[in-house]
Design a protein around this ligand. Structure first.
Ligand code: HEM
Length: 502
């Protein structure tokens, strides 16, 4: 009995391992510019469950599929809240959005709106004409560049493309000629990403941190950003309220949907869904939808250019199944088995949000038998998990074939591949995001051949990642590629014997 009690006491007081830190700041200084990479190196030494101290904040870092499964499945309620973030709080009208709200009935209601109203299958399909229109315009502009022999900046192209789609889907207006045209929007998003990725002392040093943030100029940068976003959203909302077009449900944009829900709430006497909720959810769509999609597209093309044999194989497949047609439809994409493996491999190696959105424990809980307190910040390092050599053969290499006979998917059920997170807080917009990425990328690969410009060889192409913390942006924005328009007549029946349809 005594032995049992001793072991019980030992486990109660035992803490997960952690790298030694400094007084006051703890391990903060060790995170560096790419925290997911630093944390991966720590995990190699200290194991898949670590307890760090970031300032005064205890922070649990999980770096294996088993640990992710315990947090996201076995004890999902305990790990479902969000850690407060000073910057996000400001931009989301004090956490009244979906992504940064603590786990509660209030979050559940708002999430239900997202899932039921914004991203149901019908709605995703209803946006197909938008994806087609924007992709057609892209193909035309790429064809013009190819005809002139000009290289294109892939980062710019991808960004403009995902922004155009989100603008049409969410705000019902085109990006061009809107208040936030082209470069203006890109600059705004860069500044937002920089601010959100910067260190907010208030998050790690309660009571005193806000003063440091004020002195460092973070408050005024945030105020300026907030004013720009708020002004833009106010304009869009007024435009929708003043429009006398009565839209049928099939053709509503996201602002229409949210305003309709707001009206229904007011009519029923409910008070919890306010105009600030409308704006904060639009901020989620704006910040969650543009960068992530563009990042994924750029990485996919960069990997394909670096791996010409994969590029050839995937283009052969696409051109085979479209048999000389000018453009692929969304239906054609179902036939593209190898293409889907290329997408999965891109999401594995280059997950856009490497530490997910940071979580917080809602109660006293456990991890691998260690007791974990309530209110502990949690990072799930899905970047490390997707490169874990215990799970993946040659994890650093881009090998789409690894998914050939594998059931592993990215929809939150397989804990070794979690680019969209998993379980309760999983990205609610996977279908919308993937419909866009697949359609655009397949058409870009179908119509054009892509080569590095300025005589650069694939071996010379540097795929180093950029700086970032939560929403991760890499330095590939200036990846310039030459494009060649393909004579599709010559590609009517390229021989493909590597992938057969089911
Ligand atoms: C390739 C594209 C995308 C990627 C890789 C991505 C990734 C993610 C990730 C990793 C999370 C956090 C999951 C977690 O904490 O467990 C998330 C949450 C979220 N994403 Fe996405 N996302 C993408 C596209 C989008 C788009 C297009 C939208 C909106 C139109 C969106 C809206 C959201 C929202 C609202 C949440 C918060 C969910 C919640 O906390 O309940 N995402 N996304």
């Amino acid at each position: 009995l005594t032995k049992k009690r001793r072991r019980h006491n030992f486990m109660i007081h035992k803490q997960p391992p952690s790298p030694p830190g400094l007084p006051i700041i703890g391990n903060l200084h060790q995170l560096g510019a790419r925290p997911h990479q630093s944390l991966t190196r720590f995990a190699e030494r200290h194991g898949p469950v670590m307890l760090l101290r970031l300032g005064f904040e205890p922070t649990l870092v999980l770096s294996s599929a088993e640990a992710a499964k315990e947090a996201l499945k076995t004890r999902d309620v305990d790990y479902s809240s969000r850690a407060l973030s000073f910057c996000w709080g400001k931009l989301t009208y004090n956490y009244v959005d979906v992504a940064f709200t603590s786990y509660s009935e209030y979050w559940r209601e708002k999430r239900k709106i997202c899932v039921v109203e914004l991203v149901n299958l019908k709605r995703v399909q209803s946006f197909q004409p938008v994806r087609t229109e924007v992709t057609d315009a892209l193909i035309q502009s790429l064809a013009a560049s190819a005809a002139k022999g000009e290289a294109v900046d892939l980062g710019e192209v991808s960004f403009e493309l995902t922004a155009s789609i989100i603008f049409k889907i969410a705000f019902g207006r085109s990006l061009k000629g809107s208040l936030m045209d082209g470069k203006g929007l890109e600059k705004l998003l860069h500044e937002t990403t920089a601010v959100l990725g910067s260190f907010a002392a208030a998050d790690f040093f309660p009571y005193v941190g806000w003063m440091a943030d004020k002195l460092s100029g973070l408050h005024s940068r945030l105020d300026r950003l907030f004013e720009r976003f708020d002004g833009f959203l106010e304009g869009v909302i007024q435009e929708h309220l003043n429009s006398d077009k009565l839209k049928d449900k099939q053709h509503e944009d996201i602002v229409d949907v949210l305003l309709r829900i707001h009206r229904e709430h007011v009519r029923s006497g409910a008070t919890w869904f306010t105009m600030n909720n409308v704006k904060a959810i639009l901020i989620d769509v704006f910040l969650g939808g543009i960068d992530t999609g563009a990042i994924t597209l750029v990485w996919a093309l960069a990997e394909l250019v670096k791996n010409p044999e994969v590029m050839k194989k995937v283009q052969d497949e696409i051109r085979h199944w479209t048999s000389g047609k000018d453009r692929l439809t969304e239906k054609d994409i179902d036939n593209l088995k190898y293409f889907k493996m290329v997408i999965k491999e891109t999401l594995r190696l280059h997950t856009a949000v490497p530490l997910l959105v940071s979580k917080k424990t809602t109660a006293k809980t456990q991890m691998f038998g260690y007791p974990i307190q309530e209110g502990v910040r949690v990072f799930i390092n899905v970047w490390a998990i997707a490169r874990d050599p215990k799970v993946w053969d040659q994890p650093e290499k881009f090998i789409p074939e690894r998914f050939k006979d594998s059931l592993v998917d990215y929809r939150g059920q397989h804990f070794e591949l979690l680019p969209f997170g998993g379980c309760r807080r999983i990205c609610p917009e996977i279908n919308m995001a993937m419909a866009t990425i697949e359609f655009v990328l397949a058409n870009m690969l179908h119509r054009f051949d892509w080569k590095l410009s300025d005589g650069m060889t694939p071996e010379e192409l540097d795929l180093e990642e950029g700086r970032g913390f939560t929403v991760f942006r890499k330095s590939l924005s200036s990846l310039c590629l030459s494009i060649i328009i393909v004579d599709l007549e010559l590609h009517v029946h390229p021989c493909i014997n590597h992938i057969e349809p089911e």
